[in-house]
Ligand binder design. Structure first.
Ligand code: SAH
Ligand code: SF4
Ligand code: F3S
Length: 452
């Protein structure tokens, strides 16, 4: 029987979709080419903003209507954060759904499908586990893979639904993470991204190390120690992790980033706002100055480090002055990339009780201003790379023009170059940067001009 998974949301959802696909394949289901030939379609959902939910609901409505008309035996199901948030209400919002599995129930999807085929539609599983183990299993053939290390979130920023839909923080034992990464490398993966909502909290709430284990580099805190253990895995070229938090940017963390060869010079460090009263209302756990200290420590220890960030515009009470402070602060830090979001009240969070008092047009204006600033900023940052040599992990023919190839730098920038004999997917090459835009670096493989 053939299935297809449609994914919305963050990297954790991309990871979950892959794990669920691998699980279904172990159970004898087959991956469909796409929606058209699928007998089961699962939509993996996100609840972080109203728009994310509206998109998934719209998609589900279309899928159910199309199945009714053209594929009466097809089953449409939902998984992920929105199922956890809405529970059975989801089945009222979209009549005709076959099943819903919450964020702690992915491993039970085969059982849920069994019940569906016994005619018990719709089936809902939103039960929570106390120490949920991440479902593992990857799809063959990829160069890069996501690996969960920290599930859930205990931070409870006042605007955020994630702690409600993903549950308490729980760190996977080091041995399981290392085994999973090692297995990935035997299948050709050369880059991993370690995932956690506040990833530097790894190992804070539950024990992750076997008793008596020691760190060769003398690291004492769990997250840098994990980086050290993953870095030691043979065949792994690059290690990334997301998302960071200023409180985790300790001397040990910056030392690990500087010393461990596979750990990339790149960190996603969400700022949200550059104004202290707003940061406090958001309950982010740092001031703008503490963020500045963290960024400076990283930039000093890891030369050329690229920082990316998330910003929310139009949080309750955000004045034009607060916004201008965020703007100036982003310039001061010099982010390489920024994801800008308009504040969206999420029912059940503390901030949803406060007046959503920045009008939508103003949220849109602030969003646009920050995006324009960001484009200018990254153009200048990238311009400084012209004439420099960057190390590129080769991904293969570029999407736009198959005659040229593309890959990424350690700082996560896309590079387009002409392939030369001997260069292959999964290899690393040095490229001399000749021309840049806000999104792409263009260059020539080191020395290849001499051969022409
Ligand atoms: N755990 C990550 C963020 C996960 S959600 C972290 O804290 O770094 C991804 C991003 O969505 C957040 O960084 C934030 O910028 C944005 N976001 C979360 N809740 C939101 C809301 N209610 N409205 C608008 N944006 C939101
Ligand atoms: Fe949400 Fe804050 Fe947790 Fe990130 S750290 S998932 S923004 S509560
Ligand atoms: Fe990710 Fe959205 Fe859930 S951001 S954790 S899929 S609410």
């Amino acid at each position: 029987m053939k299935f297809h998974v449609v994914t919305y949301g963050c990297q954790m959802n991309v990871r979950d979709s892959e794990a669920v696909s691998a699980l279904l394949m172990r159970q004898g289901y087959e991956r469909a080419e796409g929606e058209a030939d699928a007998e089961i379609i699962v939509v993996n959902t996100c609840s972080v903003r109203g728009k994310a939910e509206a998109k998934a609901l719209g998609k589900l409505g279309l899928l159910v209507a199309d199945s009714r008309r053209n594929h009466p035996d097809r089953v449409i199901g939902v998984m992920g954060c929105m199922v956890q948030r809405l529970g059975a209400e989801l089945f009222k919002k979209v009549p005709g759904l076959g099943f819903g599995v919450g964020t702690h129930a992915f491993s039970r999807l085969p059982l849920v499908l069994q019940e569906v085929f016994e005619g018990k539609m719709p089936v809902l599983d939103v039960a929570e586990d106390d120490a949920p183990e991440a479902l593992t299993g990857h799809i063959e053939g990829a160069l890069s893979a996501f690996v969960n290390i920290l599930l859930g979130c205990d931070r409870r920023c006042t605007y955020c639904i994630v702690p409600y839909v993903r549950g308490r923080e729980w760190s996977r034992p080091v041995d399981r993470v290392v085994d999973e990464v090692r297995e990935l490398t035997t299948k050709g993966v050369c880059e991993v991204t370690l995932l956690g909502q506040s990833v530097m909290n790894y190992g804070r709430r539950n024990e992750v190390w076997p008793e008596g284990s020691t760190s060769p580099g003398g690291y004492e805190t769990p997250f840098p120690r994990l980086l050290e253990a993953v870095d030691a895995i043979e065949g792994l070229e690059r290690v990334r992790f997301t998302s960071g938090h200023p409180s985790g940017c300790t001397t040990e963390l910056t030392r690990a980033m500087a010393e461990l060869p596979s750990v990339c010079e790149h960190l996603h460090l969400p700022l949200q706002s550059g104004s202290d009263p707003i940061l406090e209302q958001m309950r982010r756990g740092y001031t703008a100055d503490q963020f500045r200290q963290a960024a400076r420590a990283l930039q000093a220890a890891v030369p050329g480090v690229a920082l990316s960030t998330d910003i929310i515009v139009g949080f309750p009470g955000e004045t034009a002055e607060d916004f201008e402070r965020t703007r100036a602060f982003m310039d001061e830090i010099g982010f390489d990339n920024a994801f800008i979001f308009k504040y969206s009240p999420r029912s059940g969070t503390p901030a949803a009780e406060w007046p959503d008092d920045v009008p939508d047009e103003e949220k849109m204006r602030r969003n646009k201003v920050l995006l324009e600033d960001q484009t200018r900023r990254v153009e200048a940052i990238n311009a400084a790379l012209v004439g420099q040599r960057v190390n590129v992990l080769v991904e293969g023919p570029s999407l736009r023009n198959a005659a040229r190839w593309s890959g990424r730098t350690r700082t996560n920038k896309v590079v387009v170059f002409d392939p030369v004999p001997g260069v292959e997917r999964g290899g690393c090459v040095d490229v001399d940067v000749e021309r840049v835009t806000a999104t792409t670096l263009y260059g020539t493989i080191e020395g290849s001009r001499l051969n022409i």
